[in-house]
Ligand binder design. Structure first.
Ligand code: ADP
Ligand code: MG
Ligand code: ZN
Length: 602
């Protein structure tokens, strides 16, 4: 069977995406390969398809059991047999799976990196007829990356033990440094690199300064995505718990997830998210890699990640199915300062300097007024045009600058009068004339600045504070996060330096999130939900997540076209022979019924 035929029959797609075909040709020609393609571009298909045209077994090394399970389930509904060897299986189970591979009764063998790193296991593997090795999430090889795994490093021996077996490595996020590290470690030649433009054209990226406790910004964003699945990333465990609780009290359906929960509880939450019985997960980055759920519609960060690689991976979890998805990053200068303090603790090293560097790039990204897709591309040594319609900076018409020099002076004076011994919230309280006991105890109600800012909200003043931090007129120091004046503050106090602020950044209700300008399929919400229910039932009886039966994209196509026979059903993106056979009848029946009810009701 030719490539295109396999694509249609097995996977149900008519055309290849971006560099899929080129990459597949390399694998078929038994060449090594490093593919760098953004999330959701279809990296799995690149290594899955050629295997179906080969006789042997393909060995896939994947960093997480959850990822393997997802892949195995995916292949299962496509009618392709595969198995995994990992620490969750008993040794009998692992042995049985190995035997299936030996007899070529499975096409894919998934292996955890720690086992792969074991040399005696590598020797046992020699008994297999291996088509090629696949290294998924290959950035784990590199210490310069953000998810370094020691066992991945040991994959360096692979080429020595299997000199004649090609290697295909895949990642979504690699700077030039990481890319070179992967090529070097796995001994893949430079000419084997295939890389596409990094832009995700179904992802709307937005960043806002965090205003106050951000609850309003968070709920405003979530209200725009009712009934949709998404992730809210928080910095600490405590924050996850309290935000999740708050959101539930506001009527959102959420669960908190972090590394402090017992494994069984975490698995349970993960599964509930996959099968859609909970829509929103409020998580630390412990809820990370391994989320291959394709219909995540939004990712919200309540504070700033430490690098753009982390950020790109995290937002990358949205919209794998290619449908429009939204991301919002809430940040403040205080996030950067807090993270900087962690790096301060490290011993002097190139790694430490690199960490500072990455952190400041992250902050510059957040506070920048340049196209966000462009900034990400630049970070990954790529060049793209302005997105025009997919980020807040491109869609924002005019910035609304306002002179706040007088307010800045009030803020700076208050810090000075309080002798640079207090933090942000105390300074704001003094400015606004709070009657808090600690202020009275210090006698700060007697200061000339006491109450001179009572005409403005707390949020306004915290915006002023952020701006002054941005301008490096003040700094946060010490364990108690005390505000201190820097030399530049003098210039502002003497009115030699004007302070301006984009006033929109101080307002909460200014979400510029406009729909992504693409022709949307006209889909009746109600029909979609009916079909979603059917998908859920099927998924339950098969014991796989719903999005593996059909992606939201396929389901929307079904809802829109309501196919009423096999040929029409086959024309849906993502329907191949196997899915036609397994799910055709149920969906065609349902579509017929829906059509009928539409006719009778009109
Ligand atoms: P990645 O690993 O690059 O993040 P996946 O392999 O998970 O991406 O694929 C993302 C989505 O794209 C999946 O839902 C997959 O079915 C779909 N897909 C893959 N190849 C094609 C194609 N040629 N045409 C349409 N959809 C595709
Ligand atoms: Mg993948
Ligand atoms: Zn843009």
């Amino acid at each position: 069977m030719a490539k295109l035929e396999v694509l249609k029959k097995q996977f149900g797609f008519d055309t290849f995406k971006s560099i899929q075909e080129e990459a597949i040709d390399k694998i078929l020609a038994k060449e090594d390969l490093l593919v760098i393609l953004p999330t959701g571009s279809g990296k799995s298909l690149i290594y899955q398809l050629p295997t179906l045209m080969m006789d042997g077994v393909t060995v896939v090394i994947s960093p997480l059991i959850a990822l393997m399970q997802d892949q195995v389930a995916n292949l299962k509904v496509l009618g392709i047999k595969s198995g995994m060897i990992n620490s969750q299986n008993t040794s009998e189970e692992n042995y049985a799976i190995f035997n299936l591979a030996l007899q070529k009764k499975i096409k894919f063998l998934y292996i955890a990196p720690e086992r792969m790193a074991n040399e005696s296991f590598q020797l046992i593997l020699k008994k297999l007829d291996i088509n090629y090795f696949v290294i998924d999430e290959a950035h784990c090889v590199s210490e310069w990356g953000h998810e370094f795994r020691d066992d991945y490093r040991k994959l360096a021996y692979l080429k020595d033990i299997f000199p004649n077996t090609p290697i295909s490595a895949f990642t979504a996020t690699a700077t030039d440094e990481v890319k070179n590290d992967i090529l070097h470690t796995l001994k893949i030649p430079q000419t084997s690199l295939l890389k596409s433009k990094i832009q995700r054209d179904n992802l709307f990226i937005e960043a806002q300064k965090r205003v106050g406790n951000a609850k309003k910004q968070i709920t405003n964003f979530l209200k725009k995505h009712p009934n949709e699945c998404g992730i809210v990333y928080c910095f600490s465990r405590k924050e996850c718990e309290s935000l999740s609780e708050y959101l539930n009290s506001e009527g959102f359906n959420t669960l908190a997830y972090h590394a402090g929960l017992p494994t069984s509880k975490r698995e349970d939450i993960f599964n509930k998210f996959k099968d859609e019985s909970v829509k929103i997960i409020v998580a630390t980055i412990a809820f990370g890699m391994g989320i291959d759920k394709s219909n995540i519609r939004f990712v919200l960060h309540t504070s700033m990640p430490k690098t753009l690689e982390n950020y790109t991976q995290e937002i990358g979890r949205a919209g794998r199915d290619g449908l429009d998805s939204y991301t919002l990053l809430l940040y403040s200068k205080a996030d950067e300062i807090g993270k900087r303090r962690f790096i301060d603790e490290l011993e002097e090293s190139a790694y430490k300097q690199n960490s500072y560097n990455k952190l400041s790039k992250m902050y510059r990204f957040a506070s920048s007024e340049v196209c966000r897709h462009q900034l990400i591309a630049t970070y990954f040594n790529d060049e793209i045009k302005k997105c025009e319609s997919l980020c807040d900076n491109c869609t924002k018409k005019d910035r609304n600058y306002q002179d706040i020099t007088v307010e800045a002076q009030k803020f700076l004076s208050t810090i000075a009068r309080c002798e640079s011994r207090f933090g942000q919230s105390y300074i704001i309280d003094v400015l606004r004339g709070s009657k808090a006991k600690r202020i009275l105890d210090f006698g700060h109600d007697k200061l000339s600045v006491y109450g001179i800012g009572s005409d403005k909200s707390k949020e306004f003043w915290s915006g002023v504070c952020d701006r002054l931090l941005d301008l490096e007129a003040i700094a946060i120091g010490g364990e108690y996060r005390v505000l201190k004046l820097l030399p530049k503050s003098k210039e502002i106090l003497k009115s030699n330096l004007k302070v301006e602020i984009d006033v929109d950044s101080l307002k909460v209700e200014k979400l510029k999130t406009k729909a992504i300008q693409k022709e949307p399929l006209s889909v009746d919400e109600e029909i979609f939900n009916q079909l979603r229910e059917i998908r859920r039932e099927l998924a339950k009886s098969e014991g796989v997540p719903p999005y593996i039966i059909f992606s939201d994209k396929s389901l929307k196509e079904i809802a829109s076209y309501l196919p009423s026979n096999k040929a029409e059903f086959m024309a849906i993106n993502g329907v191949g022979e196997m899915k036609l056979e397994k799910y055709g009848k149920v969906f065609i029946e349902a579509c017929k019924k829906i059509k009928l009810s539409l006719q009778t009701s009109s």
